[in-house]
Design a protein. Structure first.
Length: 190
């Protein structure tokens, strides 16, 4: 078990391997489809420095209380939705950890290997756990995107999360897929 404290450096993550358990303490950036679209399709620079960031794929449900957004619930969303943009987020903006649900593909895996980043999976359906780790909403940018805005929050012991892609390019999901295909071919032929 390892605790990651963003902003992260290469040495904070380079020894992590697929299957390792991690927790996040400190700043967590929350982004989803619309946030990525704004950055990469609308070509709007992020309003904060993402170097060394841990980015969670999510869109919190929230309410506004005294002109401040208060998260009611949040949890990971399927990361493959932003597979197209994740390698660019890592290369151009220096993101070091991506947290989500499900797997990510070969392009993200190659970017994580080349630029030293990791992908960790947080259990889907565990928003109660996620909420128990949330300490504060520090900032919310691009509020016109509602839940898909860019959120900067503070968390304590956010996890458990499991490393699914490491800096060596090992990818848990692709390995499971490879083994499943292998087993299928053994049983049913090519």
């Amino acid at each position: 078990m390892k605790v990651l404290r963003p902003p992260l450096k290469d040495e904070d993550i380079q020894d992590l391997r697929v299957g390792d358990e991690v927790y996040i303490d400190g700043t967590l950036i929350i982004m989803r489809d619309a946030t990525h679209w704004r950055i990469f399709e609308e070509k709007v620079e992020p309003p904060i420095d993402l170097r060394g960031a841990a980015v969670l794929h999510s869109a919190p449900s929230y309410q506004v209380v005294d002109n401040k957004r208060k998260i009611i619930t949040f949890g990971p969303t399927t990361s493959m939705r932003v597979e197209k943009y994740t390698p660019l987020l890592i290369e151009k903006y220096g993101v070091k950890a991506v947290i989500g649900k499900g797997g990510m593909g070969r392009n993200t895996t190659e970017a994580m290997k080349k630029f030293k980043a990791v992908y960790v999976i947080f259990p889907g359906g565990a928003s109660a756990i996620a909420m128990s780790k949330l300490q504060d909403v520090e900032e919310v940018y691009w509020t016109d995107l509602y839940g898909e805005a860019l959120w900067k929050v503070r968390v304590k012991n956010f996890g458990p999360a499991i490393v699914a892609i490491d800096t060596l390019g090992n990818n848990l999901t692709l390995e499971v897929e490879r083994k499943a295909i292998e087993k299928f071919k053994e049983k049913y032929g090519p």
